[in-house]
Design a protein around this ligand. Structure first.
Ligand SMILES: C[S@@+](CC[C@H](N)C(=O)[O-])C[C@H]1O[C@@H](n2cnc3c(N)ncnc32)[C@H](O)[C@@H]1O
Length: 282
């Protein structure tokens, strides 16, 4: 399929990103963070409970968005820990970002050279809407480079191609999403490949787990948060859906996408979310 050139003014040069950066997306990312922490990481920020962050630890949140993961981490590690966060844009960064967290404008595919062998842990979450297939190799090679020997990586990604069960509206919206990502060259199926990509990058002790991410009122407050997170994401894709030519207007797409919450409330659906952890060899 022909890929579209999205490297125009709307999109940061060198980075294709399917979602907008605005207040709606800021609020959604923060709700999504609380939800993912609860349903995927058992209430914590680290899924691998064997990772211990000591007094002088150095941690990076790569592709930080609002910075919420790094902010929450700063509240649970010793004050002497050094926390970094980076993103290609600071538009959605939390206002008055805590000064003790070092924020840098940097692409996950090209981290600062002086960060080699610096970090005990790198967290990277939900970049599938931003990275082309070859960029995943670069991003993981960069994480490998900036980790200390023995350091850990935590990657979390959702598979947006399918909601279980295959209900009518969700099937249509997921199909449109998959097609749009294919047209943009984004690696939408990265959850299937992340372990192999980590292995190819040189990582060891790779642990790959897939968990259910519930959506819909059937699941109580958690399901409501899931709907806000993922129906919100599909909603915020309206611009890109028109841009790639799959819908003639945002209104046309939203007439479909806005039926998702009702469908999920009725069926008690779920997505599949993958968490992969690994270490750089000592
Ligand atoms: C879906 S958000 C996830 C944010 C955060 N990781 C979270 O889970 O809340 C994706 C973020 O990746 C950023 N991004 C897109 N392309 C990037 C790149 N090449 N390097 C670094 N960040 C990038 C976007 O600006 C956006 O803030």
């Amino acid at each position: 399929m022909t890929q579209l050139d999205m490297t125009d003014d709307t999109y940061h040069p060198g980075a294709r990103y399917a979602l907008p950066r605005n207040q709606s997306e800021f609020d959604r990312l923060n709700v999504q963070h609380k939800y993912l922490t609860k349903v995927i990481c058992d209430g914590g920020l680290l899924c691998d409970k064997s990772i211990k962050l000591g007094e002088n630890c150095c941690v990076l949140d790569s592709g930080t968005g609002t910075g919420i993961w790094a902010i929450d981490l700063a509240n649970v590690v010793p004050k002497t820990a050094e926390i970094h966060a980076c993103d290609v844009s600071d538009v959605n960064l939390t206002p008055n970002f805590p000064p003790q967290i070092h924020f840098s404008i940097a692409s996950v595919t090209s981290l600062p050279l002086e960060w080699s062998n610096k970090f005990e842990l790198v967290n990277q979450r939900f970049l599938s809407g931003a990275l082309l297939a070859p960029e995943w190799q670069k991003a993981l090679a960069e994480i490998y480079r900036v980790l200390n020997p023995g350091g850990a990586v935590q990657i979390m990604e959702l598979d947006p191609r399918r909601v279980v069960p295959d209900t009518k509206v969700a099937t249509q919206v997921c199909a449109a999403m998959t097609k749009a990502c294919d047209m943009l060259g984004l690696q939408i199926d990265v959850t299937e490949h992340v372990s192999e990509l980590l292995r190819e990058a040189g990582f060891v002790d790779i642990v790959h787990e897939t968990k259910r991410a519930p959506v819909g009122k059937t699941w109580g407050e958690t399901g409501v948060q899931g709907t806000l997170s993922f129906a919100g994401a599909f909603r915020n894709l309206s611009g890109i859906m028109v841009k790639v030519g799959l819908f003639s207007s945002e209104e046309e797409y939203l007439r479909l996408a806005d039926k998702l919450p009702e469908e999920w409330d009725t069926h008690g659906s779920h997505f599949l979310c993958t968490i992969a952890t690994a270490r750089k060899p000592v």
